[in-house]
Design a protein around this ligand. Structure first.
Ligand code: GLU
Length: 476
């Protein structure tokens, strides 16, 4: 970017989109059709709280309806505004397209600090917001399916789903109107941690490609890699936890609202999360050095930086001081278009948001399918699979005994082989497959075209290509 002005989040998404379409050969006019947000609904509603009526402002933006329903989270934050919601809705379109979740893109937001309200008040506010959206089919199993985002979780999704069900008492598919619900309200195993799990699977896939690791100047495996996480919310926490517990990563820095914790020998993610939940911040946590100015810790030496909270945290003001050779965007839009250019020049590899955090919507897709099929994944096959495996094990053991062979199946193998896949195993397998396939589609473009400089442009090319194909198939 030539100007020194920091682009807004919305402008950043536009700039990144433009960079990609400049490399494509789209029919005239289609580029603009894909770029623009189809519609954004703004609602202001009042709720009687603490003896007076309080007015709230909410949005639901629909970016592209090339596939329906449209999909995307609802965020509760004071930073919510129309531009932000529209940028996020656009990212949802590209994200769904890239990971082949059959949805258009949408996003919603309510301008509120949820920490200011108790549970009962939040329920009243959420139900009223859901009522306003459902009334206009902006919550609907076949039209528009929200999910959790920053500041919301399964509790809010359960209220929204129930609100929709009350308004549509004969809709047999009512549960599919929202995803990210608790299990006992029609949710699916593995949705809560899905985005963090997706970040882990994305990194595992990246580390399967020596050529890509080389581009970031990294070698070896994930084992022992130093990781700094910005934001220990649902996404950052799960990503950090899985990488630490299962892949041997060393989480050296954690940045939160009230500063950062740093320990070159590794932090205990679980203990810090518990502290954060109990105290509302990380201040006072005993087993690490605390830095008031959290953002500085993003600039520490590490192998992998995971921004997992807000947009725009890596910007033109700090990009040249970021030392991490690999950034994986667990949040939406954490790197501005200006920063992106600076980092690219430095040779930093960025695994882009539309891919890196697509685990959430991928498992949302599974939940939606589960709700529409009215049956839990694995319910029909699990025991049948187990009995077929049992047959093989019995036969092997019979042969062994008959031939008097001196070998045995190890108990560990037997235990693993005999266990049929339940819902959680199937969700993980589907998510892993999605993350691997989508990565490969991006890297194929990245490596096969000399004019594609990075994974983000490649991701946009793949995603926009699929959206364009779907518009063309409709005759547009
Ligand atoms: N809010 C999440 C995202 O930004 C999940 C969306 C969904 O599951 O529909 O991807």
């Amino acid at each position: 970017m030539s100007s020194q002005q920091e682009p807004s989040f919305r402008e950043s998404v536009d700039i990144m989109f433009s960079r990609a379409v400049a490399l494509m050969d789209l029919p005239p006019g289609l580029e603009e059709k894909i770029r623009v947000c189809n519609a954004t609904y703004t609602v202001r509603f009042g709720v009687r709280l603490r003896g007076q009526v309080q007015t709230f402002t909410g949005y639901r933006s629909v970016h592209s309806e090339h596939m329906e329903p449209v999909k995307g989270g609802i965020r509760y934050s004071l930073g919510v505004n129309q531009d932000e919601v529209e940028a996020l809705a656009a990212l949802m379109t590209y994200k769904c397209s890239l990971v082949e979740a059959p949805f258009g893109g949408s996003k919603g937001g309510l301008c509120i600090d949820p920490r200011e309200y108790d549970e009962q008040e939040l329920e009243l506010i959420t139900r009223r917001f859901a009522y306003e959206l459902a009334k206009r089919d902006l919550i609907h199993p076949s039209q528009n399916v929200p999910a959790p985002d920053m500041g919301t979780g399964e509790r809010e999704m359960a209220w929204m789903a129930d609100q929709y069900a009350r308004m549509n008492t004969t809709d047999i598919n009512a549960r599919a109107c929202v995803t990210g619900k608790p299990i006992n309200a029609g949710g699916i195993q593995g949705r809560t941690e899905a985005t963090g799990r997706g970040v882990q699977y994305a990194l595992q896939e990246f580390f399967r490609h020596p050529e890509d690791m080389k581009a970031a100047g990294l070698t070896g495996t994930l084992d022992g890699k130093r990781v700094i996480v910005q934001g220990l919310g649902n996404v950052g926490y799960h990503a950090a936890k899985f990488l630490q517990e299962e892949d041997g990563c060393l989480v050296t820095g954690i940045i939160e609202r009230d500063g950062a914790l740093f320990n070159p020998d590794g932090l205990d993610v679980e203990k810090i999360r518990n502290w954060l939940m109990k105290h509302g911040g990380i201040t006072g946590y005993p087993d690490a050095t605390h830095f008031e100015e959290g953002g500085k810790v993003m600039e520490e030496d590490c192998d992998i930086l995971i921004p997992a909270a807000l947009e725009g945290v890596i910007n033109m003001g700090n990009a040249d001081r970021i030392k991490a050779p690999l950034i994986i965007e667990a949040a939406n839009g954490p790197v501005t278009a200006g920063a992106d250019e600076i980092l690219q020049k430095k040779g930093t590899v960025i695994i882009p948001d539309m891919y890196a955090n697509a685990g959430g919507v991928t498992v949302s897709y599974f939940e939606w399918v589960k709700n529409l099929s009215h049956i839990r994944f694995g319910r029909m096959q699990r025991r049948q699979e187990e009995s077929r495996h049992q047959l093989v094990v019995d036969e092997l053991e019979r042969l062994s005994a008959e031939k008097d062979l001196d070998w045995q199946l190890s108990p560990d193998f037997k235990e693993k082989y005999l266990r049929g896949a339940g819902e959680l195993e199937l969700v993980r397998s589907g998510l892993d497959d999605t993350m691997r396939t989508a990565y490969q589609s991006m890297r194929d473009v990245w490596h096969s075209r000399a004019d594609v400089p990075d994974l983000r442009t490649a991701a946009y090319l793949v995603a926009i290509g699929k959206v364009a194909a779907s518009y063309r198939a409709k005759g547009l």
